[in-house]
Design a protein around this ligand. Structure first.
Ligand code: TRP
Ligand code: SF4
Length: 405
């Protein structure tokens, strides 16, 4: 995974409220978030407005889906002490930024985002020829830019949205980051860092601008990060000055590409609710066991004495997630020689999945029993998120001259 530059060590990601999560979400997304929450300042939110862009006709399930999904985040180990967890629609600043960004976003940019046509074709049962749906990726840009996030963990399908976000940010900075007396202001800001730092800044800036020295850029950014006694606006000027442009009000984020999950569904296809091949994080041990016991295996193994091929069997894919080398060797050998039966082969997988789910389900029960606790996690997260979002929106209003004369 790419690292997040020191300039912006904030990480943000969102999920549409889909209700209870399954092992595919756990292995594909949540485990990644768990790691990130220890390394960066993380914001994780429920994208309920995004859900409305496609499910506007039947929004009544959104509150329950939100709650169940958040319980699963917490159960998986997302820690409200390290990550800020909130609901998008409770932070109206996202909407204001979306509106303001819409002023400068060419229609063609949105029409050309690949998910626009793809989803319209795929979700035929919904009429997606709406203004809201066209704006889906721009709303996502606002989600990201309102926190000035440096890194956005997403799957392959969302990379185009982060790319759009970068373009919109660049355009914003280009239009609103240019002040007539930019150079002079930047020079003044530089002096405020003290003689020694100003000199260091100059030499790093030269190394970056004249020789394209990326390391010099990183060091200079760290230098600016470390300045406690200059204003936010001055720091933005200096970030912009460093790179040779105007003020950088909305920094460009980077996609932190999550590698495709190796977690298959019970039938070997990708695990997904729409294929009915999932194991939910809160399925009871009985249900889990039953799902695994009845899952298909290599069709060549009709009788116990027929040899099989793990490559043709979804159970093997589970072994790749849950078993060590020794067990895998045992499967390879036992399957090909018909030395083991399929139920026998599944046993270590059943044990592995159940063991993984024990702590998750324990935590889930605690949160299920305390609805107020979940509510207060979200309320506190919302407050923290709003503090950051309000600061950004203030700067954006200023930059766009939305201030009293
Ligand atoms: N569109 C994302 C998805 O469907 C969810 C999302 C909304 C998101 N806003 C975001 C993801 C901001 C990352 C950052 O998965
Ligand atoms: Fe699949 Fe294991 Fe049966 Fe082979 S022995 S077909 S790998 S379940």
């Amino acid at each position: 995974m790419n690292s997040v530059s020191t300039q912006n060590a904030r990480v943000l990601s969102g999920m549409r409220p889909t209700g209870r999560l399954h092992l595919g979400h756990y292995h594909g997304v949540l485990k990644n978030w768990l790691e990130l929450q220890h390394e960066y300042e993380c914001f994780f939110f429920v994208a309920d407005w995004h859900a409305l862009t496609t499910h506007y006709e039947d929004p009544s399930i959104i509150p329950d889906s939100t709650r169940e999904m958040v319980i699963d985040w917490l159960a998986a180990g997302i820690n409200p002490g390290s990550a800020t967890i909130f609901v998008q629609s409770h932070v109206p600043e996202h909407a204001e930024l979306h509106l303001l960004l819409s002023m400068i976003t060419p229609l063609g940019w949105l029409e050309r985002v690949p998910t626009y046509k793809d989803q319209q074709d795929k979700l035929k049962e919904h009429d997606l020829s709406t203004y809201g749906f066209l704006g889906y990726p721009l709303l996502q840009s606002a989600d990201i830019l309102i926190y000035k996030a440096g890194g956005v963990p997403v799957g392959e399908d969302q990379v185009a949205h982060v790319e759009l976000t970068r373009e919109v940010a660049r355009r914003f900075n280009h239009i609103y980051g240019r002040e007539p007396d930019f150079e002079q202001k930047a020079e003044e800001a530089k002096k405020k860092m003290g003689k020694k730092n100003a000199k260091l800044f100059d030499s790093l800036k030269r190394r970056y601008q004249e020789q394209g020295d990326q390391e010099a850029l990183e060091v200079a950014r760290a230098l600016l990060e470390g300045q406690g006694n200059i204003t936010l606006a001055d720091r933005e000027r200096l970030f912009g000055y460093l790179e040779g442009g105007g003020r950088i009000i909305l920094p460009e984020p980077r996609a932190l590409l999550t590698k495709a999950s190796r977690m298959p569904g019970l039938d070997g296809q990708k695990m997904s609710k729409s294929y009915s091949n999932t194991i939910a994080l809160r399925d009871s041990p009985k249900e889990v066991e039953k799902s695994l016991r009845t899952m298909p295996t290599d069709p060549a193994r009709v009788r116990r004495t027929d040899p099989g091929d793990p490559e043709k069997c979804p159970v093997w894919q589970f072994h790749q997630v849950y078993s060590n080398d020794q067990v895998r060797d045992w499967v390879q050998e036992g399957c090909r020689s018909a030395g083991i039966g399929c139920l026998e082969c599944k046993q270590p997988v059943i044990e592995g999945v159940l063991a993984e789910l024990v702590p998750i389900q324990q935590r889930a029960q605690e949160y299920e029993a305390q609805p107020d606790l979940v509510r207060s996690v979200l309320n506190e997260g919302c407050e923290k998120a709003r503090d950051v979002a309000r600061e950004t929106i203030e700067e954006v209003r200023h930059a766009m001259s939305l201030v009293m004369a």
